[in-house]
Design a protein around this ligand. Structure first.
Ligand code: ZN
Length: 90
């Protein structure tokens, strides 16, 4: 999975990798936080993932690369690919 740092002023329409839990790990010769729970996508400032999960208390990790989405929640990827702003609540 490609990891892009969250840069200041990131556009609110960009999708970020998010998960309920994370841990520190070494990657590319630096220590980074990586998700250890199911990996979803969300936009900054929103309280739900693309698939409609509440992200209360969740961590945001890095800017998502939709082309490298093997580890991502399939429902989130489907919502983004279909261009819907957010999944309907069930
Ligand atoms: Zn999801």
């Amino acid at each position: 999975m490609t990891r892009s740092r969250i840069r200041p002023g990131a556009r609110r329409r960009e999708w970020f990798v998010t998960a309920a839990h994370g841990m520190y790990a070494r990657a590319d010769n630096e220590t980074v936080r990586v998700p250890t729970a199911d990996v979803h996508l969300k936009r900054l400032g929103e309280s739900q993932t693309a698939c409609g999960e509440s992200t209360l208390g969740w961590q945001v990790f890095w800017l998502a690369d939709p082309a490298a989405c093997a580890e991502l929640c399939r429902r989130c990827v489907a919502v983004i690919r279909e261009g819907r702003p957010q999944a309907a609540k069930v």
